[in-house]
Every structure is written in C-alpha cells, then in structure tokens.
Design a protein around this ligand. Sequence first.
Ligand SMILES: *[C@@H]1O[C@H](CO)[C@@H](O)[C@H](O)[C@H]1NC(C)=O
Ligand SMILES: *[C@@H]1O[C@H](CO)[C@@H](O)[C@H](O)[C@H]1NC(C)=O
Ligand SMILES: *[C@@H]1O[C@H](CO)[C@@H](O)[C@H](O)[C@H]1NC(C)=O
Ligand SMILES: *[C@@H]1O[C@H](CO)[C@@H](O)[C@H](O)[C@H]1NC(C)=O
Length: 268
Amino acid sequence: MLHWSVIFVLGFFIASIQCSDNDKNYLFGLTFYVAKTSFEYIRIDSTGKEVPTNHSDLILMVATKNGKIVGSAQSYCRHVNPPLEQIILLQGTSVYYPVEEGEIHFGKGFNISQSCAPITYGCITLVHNYCSISVKGLKADKHTKLAILSKSTQKPAPGSILIAKYLNNQGRYNTEEIVNVTVKNFSECEKQFDPENVYLVDEEEQICTERIAPKLGDDPIALPSALLFQVKNKKVYLIGIESKAEGELSLSTFAPYHCGKFDNQCSP
Ligand SMILES: *[C@@H]1O[C@H](CO)[C@@H](O)[C@H](O)[C@H]1NC(C)=O
Ligand SMILES: *[C@@H]1O[C@H](CO)[C@@H](O)[C@H](O)[C@H]1NC(C)=O
Ligand SMILES: *[C@@H]1O[C@H](CO)[C@@H](O)[C@H](O)[C@H]1NC(C)=O
Ligand SMILES: *[C@@H]1O[C@H](CO)[C@@H](O)[C@H](O)[C@H]1NC(C)=O
C-alpha cells in the first residue's frame, strides 16, 4: 500500500556562489551555486514507529546564459521514497552568498523570494527535476563563465560520454567531483526505475547513464543531484540533472526539454 503524506516544512534555502578558474577542465571555469536546504521528514524506525527527522544538505546549481541558475528541484521540494512516500516543500527565504577563493562572503549575500519550480512540475515524480532562478546581472565576463542551456540540443545517443559534476557532502567537508559517464540505452533505466510502470519514466524527457556517484550509496534522501554537461566546440552545454540513482544506473532529467516546455528564456 502506498502512503502519501504531504508535509509543508519551513526550509532554509541558502545558496552561495562558487567561482573557480582552473583551465584544465572547461567545467572548472563555470560559475556554480550551492543551495543549502534543511527540512523535516518522517522516517520509519526498526519497530515501525514514525520518527520525525531533520535533514540538511547542499544542492549544486550552475549559472546559465539565460540569466538563471539551474539545478535540481530537490532544492525546492523533496520526494522522499518508501517506506513512506512524502513530498516535502521547502518554503522560506533563499539567500545567495558569493564564494571568492573558497570563502563564503556572508556580507555580500542576497535574497531571492521566488520559488524555482511549480509544485505540479517535478515535486511528485522528479521526472521533471528542474529548478531555475533568475539572478540579476548574471552575465559572462572575466570572472563569470556560463553554461549554455539550449532548447535545440539533441538527446545524447547511447554510448556518448557526458561529464558529471556533483557535491560529495557525505563527510564533514564537501568536495566537488567531476566524472565521465556513458549514456545507456534508456530501456535499462526503465527496467531499473520503473519495472511496473508505476512512475512516469519518459525517454523524451530523461537520460539514462551509468551510475554517476556509486560511492554515495542508494539513500534517496542523500541523492547528490549531479549536473550533466556536454562540451561541444569548446562550449559547455547543460544536458541533465540527476534525479534517481540506484545500483549501476543514474536517471537524469533532460534539461533542454524544459526550455521548450517550461522555461522561456533558454538559448534557441
Ligand atoms: C527539526 O528542526 C526544527 C527547527 O529547527 C526543530 O523545531 C525540531 O525540533 C527538529 N526536529 C527534530 C526531530 O530534531
Ligand atoms: C534574507 O531575508 C531574511 C528574511 O526576510 C532576512 O532575515 C535576512 O537577513 C536576509 N538576508 C540577506 C542577506 O539579505
Ligand atoms: C572524459 O571524456 C573526455 C572526452 O569526452 C576525454 O577527453 C577524457 O580523457 C575523459 N576523462 C577520463 C578521466 O576518462
Ligand atoms: C536498446 O534496447 C532496446 C530494447 O531492449 C533495443 O531494441 C535497442 O536495439 C537497444 N538500442 C541500442 C542502441 O542498444
């Protein structure tokens, strides 16, 4: 039996800007943001009792040429998996702090009081795991490199190599990791994530890849929400946002799909 309990929790949504300029890899030149989320959810303990549990983690987002930062809808809402099915909305202020040379500048933080994804769009299934927030003055310059999010980007074919970046916030310190992942035949993800067609898993809207961060384990609460990129002609394209990870596979939202359907400010 499927239990749904919808919990509205005041979430603290704090983000910070990260800038790095290592030219070894195109991704290091991009401008990343970190959204910090805190929320309460219900865990089932070994005796079957429902235990309210607090959780806090960081979600990686990237600055794009359409003047927005884009990342997982899990920075706005969280789908917590069985034994209890829960949708947790994180409501509250969003504060962004610039990070310069690894230091968070709390004095330079700014708020954005705007939700990044409508609740009907992504919170339930995370098929549409897409959150975008406009940031004033987000323009490429000497210090700010922006990823391209283009609605005409084709879905990468099985066998293509994508570059994934994620935060490993399992330990005391957060480390940024970059890995290559191979695109898998979509039918593998259908078998893994939707064997009985209970959830919506849609080939047009999602990308199936080899597992991005196997060492992070399968805990859905701690899902790293990696960002997937493709480098073409020395330009970096945002391709996907990881939404599910299990065993050998990761399932990601195909970000360019949303430019046509949801976000009207993407590159052509
Ligand atoms: C979770 O955090 C809230 C807000 O800080 C607090 O009121 C509540 O008692 C905490 N719950 C648990 C189970 O620690
Ligand atoms: C953000 O908004 C909250 C609540 O309105 C306020 O307490 C906080 O000081 C603001 N932070 C910044 C950096 O403006
Ligand atoms: C990742 O893939 C790129 C090609 O897209 C290749 O140049 C690079 O060597 C690969 N890196 C690793 C660690 O396999
Ligand atoms: C992907 O899997 C489907 C179904 O198993 C198969 O028909 C198709 O040929 C496969 N495609 C590739 C590129 O391997």
